[in-house]
Design a protein around this ligand. Structure first.
Ligand code: F42
Length: 151
């Protein structure tokens, strides 16, 4: 079943390389622009709704998948503040579309804590080792959310 794209006006990221990656990923159905730079490590595209503007926002994130669920890691390179897409998801955990390959799908997210977060954090660091470095760089506990496909 195809995703119901989040209605609303798409507002590209102010970061040009992010906007470019999203555009190329979507145009190619996930065949191109599907890794982080030349790391060879896969990314997904996460669509959220701006919690203030209501605009549609699209964010490439590292692909951390297990049994059909995805971890969304609000690392932002270990910056002191959470990325704003995290606030969008916190405001509306059901306004989420995940694209991992050609077909985007609707999902719902839940923020993880405790042992469940530890388990997904391990998977995240295995998929993208710099996450461990980012956590060492910042006082904030990097939020980990799990996205589950809505049938
Ligand atoms: N970021 C991560 O945090 N984790 C990753 O695993 C990750 C992987 C990754 C791979 C490839 C790549 O190209 C980028 C990657 N990034 C990763 C970076 C990620 O794509 C984002 O650029 C980054 O996390 C920052 O997200 P952000 O949502 O904070 O982006 C800012 C720059 C942004 O878009 N700001 C907009 C602006 O105009 O300044 C506003 C966006 C927005 O959602 N606004 C809300 C609204 O209502 O419209 C209001 C938000 C609020 O509460 O103020």
């Amino acid at each position: 079943m195809r995703a119901m794209p989040l209605e609303g006006e798409y507002e590209p990221s102010p970061a040009a390389w992010v906007t470019k990656q999203v555009a190329e990923y979507e145009e190619s159905g996930g065949e191109r622009a599907n890794t982080l730079g030349n790391t060879g490590l896969p990314v997904i595209i996460v669509t959220t709704r701006g919690n203030k503007s209501g605009k549609v926002r699209k964010t490439p994130l590292m692909r951390v998948e297990h049994d059909g669920q995805y971890a969304l890691v609000a690392s932002m390179g270990g910056a002191p503040r959470h990325p704003v897409w995290y606030h969008n998801l916190s405001a509306d955990p059901a306004a989420v579309v995940i694209q991992d390959g050609p077909h985007p799908f609707d999902a719902t997210v839940r923020e993880l804590s405790g042992a469940e977060r530890d388990e997904w954090w391990e998977r995240a660091v295995a998929a993208y080792p710099p996450y461990a470095e980012y956590q060492r760089k910042t006082e904030r506990l990097i939020p980990v959310l799990v996205a589950t496909r809505r049938s």
